[in-house]
Design a protein around this ligand. Sequence first.
Ligand code: ADP
Ligand code: MG
Length: 214
Amino acid sequence: ISKTYIAHKEEIKVLDNITYEFEMGKFYAIMGHSGSGKSTLINILGMLENADTGKYYLNGRLVNDLSDEVKTELRRDNIGLVFQEFYLDENLNALENVILPMLINSKINKSDRKKKALELLTKVGLESRVNHLPRELSGGEMQRVCIARALANDPQIILADEPTGNLDVKAEKGILENLKKLSEEGKCVIVVSHSPKVKSFADKVLELSEGKLK
Ligand code: ADP
Ligand code: MG
């Protein structure tokens, strides 16, 4: 796939003919300096943005020509997204934030939502914080809520854009351990980051530089 932005009459070739096949059950670290295209790549993989040229296959299905509606459904069922800025709803407690994505999924019974959210928060070690609002949580805890929320609809793929960018070293380790565990359970975990720490958790380290992924 390729992606070029045009802004202020200048062309920025962000992704230049990248070909890669990500596998299930692996933890990928994609490293690259600021502006190297990491977020662009994650957004394309998450179907939040389209590539200009090339083909993107998700579980063997060509994504390019699908309608936004189908893409939204595919994303809901297959992909969990985690961002540096958390994007938690500040008026909802941890449990309610995790329940939120389940509300658009008719496959999860209403009566099962709370139990499932509790299980997910327990999985990330936050069983004692379920009633806390985001402002009553540390950065590391907020990011663990985000991981639990990303898992709400049982995705097989986790995409994380600088998930530890706002965290101290200890919290970073906790987040990476959580993500590692998910890959060991068989999920495909892709983390883009410029933090060297991520590399030590990865099964595969890739570098995004000058539009190329190596
Ligand atoms: P990273 O996440 O690695 O810091 P990004 O993928 O956010 O990099 O951005 C890659 C390059 O593309 C940067 O030079 C950025 O300025 C540019 N860019 C990103 N989004 C846009 C956009 N919507 N319009 C124009 N240029 C953009
Ligand atoms: Mg970025």
